[in-house]
Design a protein around this ligand. Sequence first.
Ligand code: ADP
Ligand code: MG
Length: 696
Amino acid sequence: MKNVPEIFGSMVFNDDVMRERLPKEVYKSLTKTIATGKTIDASVADVVANAMKDWAIEKGATHYTHWFQPLTGVTAEKHDSFISPVGPCKVVMEFSGKELIKGESDASSFPSGGLRATFEARGYTAWDPASYAFVKDGTLYIPTAFCSYTGEALDTKTPLLRSMDAISAEGLRILRLFGDTTSNRLTTTVGAEQEYFIIDKEMYNLRKDLIYTGRTLFGAPAPKGQELEDHYFGPLKSRISSFMSDLDVSLWTLGIISKTKHNEAAPAQHELAPIYVTTNMAVDQNLLIMEYMKKTAEKHGLVCLLHEKPYAGVNGSGKHNNWSITTDSGKNLLDPGKTPSENIKFLLILAAILKAVDDYQDLMRLSVSFAGNDHRLGANEAPPAIVSVFLGEELDSIIDSIVNGDTYKSKNAGIMDLGIPSVPTFRKDTTDRNRTSPFAFTGNKFEFRMLGSSQNIAMPNIVLNTAVAESFRQFADVLEKADNFDAAVAKLIKETFAEHRRIIFDGNGYSEEWEKEAESRGLLNLKTSVDAYKTFNLPKNVKLFTSHGVMSESEINSRQDILFENYSKIINIEALTMIEMASRDIIPAVNAYIGEVANTAALKAEVAPEASCDIEKEIITKLSALNSKAYRKVSELKDAERKAAAIKNKEKMSEAYKDDVLPLMTELRSVVDKMEMLTSSEFWPLPSYGDMMFRV
Ligand code: ADP
Ligand code: MG
């Protein structure tokens, strides 16, 4: 086994390396840049670039790349070597500050959602000094933001960094009011727990649906699913265990604190949890985790499925985004304090978050909306599509007492007087009983549980940061003007809790009663991604993003376009894959089997005319009927797909895919799955659910 502390972060140009390798003044100036988010001086950049290059070459690098996160949902990179000619047959390895800070890139092949029509095709990448550079596969990776030449963001990182600035600026106003004069920056922290499935590579190769779409589009359920609950936290199979160990080593090398790994609820489903870091790094690290899961699985003859719903009938995969706010001196603002005044600050911050989630339910929902996640949210396994907050019994009753203006009776500490501003201490409720809640307080952080396993986690954090920044701003606007601060805070907390407690829900989020109850509370129930996308450019949402400088109106509109378009593209690929599999593999296979059964019957009649051919007749009749039904469904699906694909308006197009194409896909699948159960496995052209989930 490797020496873990020695390999940990060995491929990362992190703070230790910077301190060791940079002249003192340069190091100071760089860390100041990182802490304040200000731009870096050109002379400093030259020194940093040179040190980075020397370090990277020692680690075996020959190339560098500006690594960015375009709106495709995956990462992008273009490699340049450090080589620079110094004579006809001589080169040196060079890397300048200019090359570190800014790279030019042709933006025309990345989604721009219309920004390209009005602006130049050229784009540029800009170094994000707050995310560490690292060496991977002989290349120095420099995390960057990606913008159009006119400065419009074409990526997920730019608005994320802007949202981090927004919450810091507005949050500091609140802290100042509580007498904090020393904090200079607030950062949000994120720990993203990642779920995934593993499948044997040979099985995977036999499934076009997995290859093209990441999920099975056909497949009758296996006799066994997850009903015995024997997989969750069960012992790791040795093949999985060696894959996980390999994965850990790769991640540790890149400075990712991969901490927990275990089997998940569904067969062949697993989870990895890293320890939390600053949000922008957490986003980078989660992308690297997903990349390495795939790569490492390949090395072990396996394939990692990151899709939200690879298999029908068993749990899908999500991601839990654990989120908190910390001061630059390391104080977690979501940690309920030990003294009354700390508690008031905590309650105010809690009120700000409740208000943010309630005011921007639509954006929270939107931030986790894409075709793959529609199979989970609201489908009785993941959190429902309705956004609500779980706080736990103790905080609930504290909020009740504050709103009702009565004394709070703690089970543990007898009667407590909650006549704000002199709130006494209370114990934090760390128990996390409600696994169905989309957004749960878990002691010193919130856990946003609606995220899909395959998604880039930037958008949910952009929404959270910005929405909470807005609450902070509104609070600070009121409190900065107040004559009697204590009374004003008490009033604000009480009013905010009263206005927004409708978002709190502690019951079973999967129940039908909750849907009804949520409706009567006026909460949103955006059932599909398409419904959620429509809310992106509502005036209140445009105002939120533009007023905090997180996204401009054209950036919002372009992103909305891309979302609609991407949804349609995904369903389109799925529909075409189903058409191809049904027409070319499944229908012919069933026909061949029918032929085989018919031959058997004919032979039987010849050899033993008295033998019964009832079974053969029944099989032939049933399968023939189903196969012609499948054939007809394929034609209907083809028509619907063609019609949807021809629609020009992006929103209307996505609606057609959702309302006309998806239901036909479900119908076709149901016919095919019935045939699977009637056809000899020798003839069935695809590995079964049992083969895929239980033979890893
Ligand atoms: P579980 O959700 O299984 O109970 P934990 O509570 O230990 O597990 O943590 C889950 C995730 O939450 C981990 O990634 C952890 O690093 C992260 N986490 C813990 N504290 C914070 C925090 N202050 N900010 C963000 N994430 C956090
Ligand atoms: Mg968790």
